[in-house]
Write a protein that binds this ligand. Structure first.
Ligand code: HEC
Length: 149
């Protein structure tokens, strides 16, 4: 009995410690100040994101010789959150965009997207996210559900 209870105690302590560690790396508390979507669009063009990206429903100037191959915005089945968009920009390889063959968007597991972290100001990042976030439309997934009588 005593062994079981010390084991429970140890396991609980381990679980709590693991929980604390996860907490330390958690995105809890993350919040961006309000950005300016028009400035975000300017940044998008200035940084030449349109070299690789189109935006659904937007007409962007074409860059000579560029063939954009990843579309941003459009229908998604759940909200593209600020957190996901910031991560997609500053840590592109963390999670590759859904719906593309891996060898099109990555090389050796790394995203083909440039890392702008040394060049982009925080304000530019905030404005980019403010510009991109409303481009996504949340739609119901197109699954057929069986309805039980
Ligand atoms: C050299 C090509 C290239 C350039 C330039 C580029 N990207 Fe990307 N981007 C990619 C590729 C490839 C992906 C898909 C793989 C991934 O998720 O990282 C991607 C994915 C993304 C995603 C996530 C899309 C999703 O559906 O999850 C966002 C947001 C994004 N890029 C924003 C930007 C912004 C903003 C810029 C300019 C500052 C930029 N990209 C410049 C290649 C590029």
């Amino acid at each position: 009995m005593k062994i079981i209870s010390s084991l429970t105690l140890i396991l609980t302590a381990v679980a709590l410690l693991a929980g604390c560690d996860r907490d330390r790396m958690s995105e809890r508390g993350f919040a961006l100040p309000e950005g300016n979507p028009a400035a975000g669009r300017e940044t998008f063009l200035y940084m030449q994101c349109n070299q690789c990206h189109t935006i659904e429903g937007e007409t962007l100037p074409q860059l000579a010789g560029a063939e954009p191959f990843v579309e941003l915005g459009g229908p998604v089945t759940r909200v593209k959150s600020y957190g996901e968009l910031v991560t997609a920009i500053i840590n592109p390889s963390h999670k590759l965009a859904d719906g593309y063959p891996e060898d099109l968007v990555s090389e050796d597991g790394e995203s083909k997207m440039y890392v702008y972290n040394g060049y982009m100001t925080v304000q530019e990042l905030i404005d980019l996210v403010a510009y991109l976030q409303p481009q996504y439309d949340v739609v119901m997934p197109a699954f057929k559900y069986r309805v039980y009588p």
